[in-house]
Write a protein that binds this ligand. Sequence first.
Ligand code: NDP
Length: 249
Amino acid sequence: MTDTKPDLKGRLALVTGASRGIGYFLAKELAACGAHVVAVARTVGGLEELDDEIKAAGGEATLVPLDLTDMAGIDRIGGAIHERWGKLDILVANAGILGVIAPLGHVEAKVFEKVMNINVTGTWRLIRTVDPLLRASDAGRAIIMSSGAAHSARAFWGPYAASKAAAEALARSWADETKNMPLRVNSVNPGATRTAMRAQAMPGEDPETLPHPSEVAAKILSLASPELMETGLIFDVKKNRFTRYQMPE
Ligand code: NDP
């Protein structure tokens, strides 16, 4: 993919999980390219820091403190964007949780349900509420954050892996539904990144060996470009190219 920054002047981007990690830096990149960023997360301090950074660089943001387990709250996002802007150009469904690293037989029901609730049901509710708004854009772009865990066999990562495989399936279905429209829908596998989630998953790992989320965000940025042609694919950040999910023979 090209490293040329897309021109996003006049475009509206909704980014979930924008209070820290990959979502924070992707929101910053989008704003630096000219997009007005609607930033969603629970942590007001993280959102305010993002807002300060975006405004200091001459950009624009609107903050939406929201817990993405609040499904009615997700539904309201679409209505609010419709009233104020009438369309959405870029969706980054990035917020996610790991849950727990444990054998499937030891996972508590409430933990499993929370992972599915945020990573899958929340993603679908978000898709549902913004679908008409993205269709109203002349270059709608949707980026659904996945993980290598969606495809690999990893002991103890069951709930998270299942949730990411499901999120990718949503992205593929949505891409197929909209393939004859300007809307482009892709999943992203960011690869191991120096964030709080990765530290929770791999506490023994030296974070300095991992790419900073700002580096990862810079590579994902091109998926928001009005020039993007691809849809229904998975963008692998480490390989810096699109891949297609292959069913085993
Ligand atoms: P972080 O844990 O650093 O950030 C997660 C973000 O999601 C935070 O902004 C957090 O905001 C938000 N979030 C979590 N729960 C909720 C909730 N209930 N309501 C609203 N927002 C919520 O994670 P990363 O940046 O590492 O991960 C971003 C995405 O990338 C995730 O989907 C993850 O699965 C994926 N990924 C990450 C990898 C990595 O190595 N880091 C590897 C592969 C995939 P707040 O707590 O303020 O609500």
